[in-house]
Design a protein. Structure first.
Length: 175
């Protein structure tokens, strides 16, 4: 009798643990959509990861998240990137005491993250002219379009199947 009662108690406890665990949903991964996304968006995600994520964060949440990718002793950007320094510098001018100013990289996903750009064409033009901060214009036009497509898709504003180009980018309102 005692053995049966213990088995029932153990079984019920196990059921509660399984139910509790299944009710705790994992947070949504902001990049879950990429596997089903267009090749352009997938390329943009790769370039973002390689070039943009150090400042804008692995998931696009901005400098606070971006700093986490650095060693703890390098997470205080103002130690090397002083506000009075020029935005870009030649390699020879970079040193521990005198580095380029990274500003405050904003979040690139979330409500209103891209709203200060009228449309995807304006976003593309800005990224192409100003990013990455340490060497603006270092990427190809296609890579800048791919990043733009990725960011627009990350914010849920890219119609399925649309291959972003400089012409149709003007039709994608980001406000």
């Amino acid at each position: 009798m005692l053995k049966t009662a213990l088995i029932i108690v153990f079984g019920l406890s196990l059921c509660f643990v399984v139910l509790a665990e299944s009710s705790l949903k994992a947070p949504l991964d902001p990049f879950d959509f990429i596997e089903q996304a267009s090749e352009q968006v997938q390329r943009g995600a790769k370039v973002y990861d390689l070039v943009c994520s150090d400042c804008h964060g692995d998931s696009g949440l901005g400098i606070a998240e971006g700093r986490l990718s650095f060693l703890p002793e390098h997470q205080k950007c103002e130690k090397c990137h002083k506000g009075f320094n020029a935005s870009t510098k030649k390699d020879v001018e970079l040193s521990e005491r005198n580095s380029f100013n990274i500003g405050t990289p904003p979040a690139l996903r979330g409500e209103g993250a891209l709203s200060h750009f009228n449309n995807a064409a304006v976003l593309y033009a800005y990224i192409r002219a100003a990013m990455p901060r340490y060497e603006p214009g270092m990427l190809s036009d296609q890579e800048y379009l791919d990043i733009t497509a990725f960011l627009v898709a990350l914010n849920g504003d890219l119609p399925t199947g649309l291959n972003l180009d400089q012409e149709n980018a003007t039709t994608l309102d980001l406000n």
